[in-house]
Design a protein around this ligand. Sequence first.
Ligand SMILES: NC(=O)c1ccc[n+]([C@@H]2O[C@H](COP(=O)([O-])OP(=O)(O)OC[C@H]3O[C@@H](n4cnc5c(N)ncnc54)[C@H](OP(=O)(O)O)[C@@H]3O)[C@@H](O)[C@H]2O)c1
Length: 218
Amino acid sequence: MRVVIAGGHGKIALLLESLLTERGDQAVGLIRNPAQVADVQKTGAEAVVCDLEAASAGDVAALLSGADAVVFAAGAGPGSGVPRKDSVDRAASVLMAGAAERAGVRRFVQISTMGAGQPPRPGTDEVWAAYIAAKTAAEDDLRSRGLDWTVLRPGGLTDAPATGLVRLAAPPVPRGTVPRADVAAVIAALLDDAGASHQTLELTSGDSPIAAAVRGVS
Ligand SMILES: NC(=O)c1ccc[n+]([C@@H]2O[C@H](COP(=O)([O-])OP(=O)(O)OC[C@H]3O[C@@H](n4cnc5c(N)ncnc54)[C@H](OP(=O)(O)O)[C@@H]3O)[C@@H](O)[C@H]2O)c1
């Protein structure tokens, strides 16, 4: 399977690239900073420089030619302001999904966040509100398309080692945290399971082995 990962130098993306290449899949990481090429290649993945805030749908569709799946793992990240929540967390996902349709790549896993899909809590600061609005709009866009989409909403991300044990279910899942390494392993399993398409799933640490958790939602 050839999997193109938007935001290919992200923390989850690098973990996912390693998992995919270890199991014999081809991973391609889209990055905007050429200085990150070596890190992506170290995982066994191919690195392609593509700034998702500057590329056209045609540019991205060409990069997706021959791919079997797309993972949207990009994000404006901490320290970014309102405009980049919209240009990355919403618009780059919309760009990738449109390009996937154009290129005929049906499988699309989007990393969203718990909290998306509902209005931000009263008193939320404007950057968090813009982030939630951007993730919600990206989810809505993806669900409206004729793709085999899965929206994955992790809880708070940690850099703790993988546990292999999660709680994965349709919303609402009680709030919690989850190691990025477990998120990457869940995505790798979701890519292998067409039954998980057309679902919005929330993810925290839990007590189900990942393979069983993914089978349970398929
Ligand atoms: N933090 C949390 O607790 C939490 C909880 C739930 C969900 N999430 C979401 O989970 C996702 C992945 O998390 P993570 O920790 O792996 O993220 P991360 O390490 O911040 O990675 C995001 C990646 O997106 C890339 N990116 C930004 N703008 C780009 C552009 N214009 N073109 C191409 N790539 C671009 C960044 O590259 P640069 O190095 O070039 O900036 C970065 O490598 C994010 O969407 C995040 O919002 C986070």
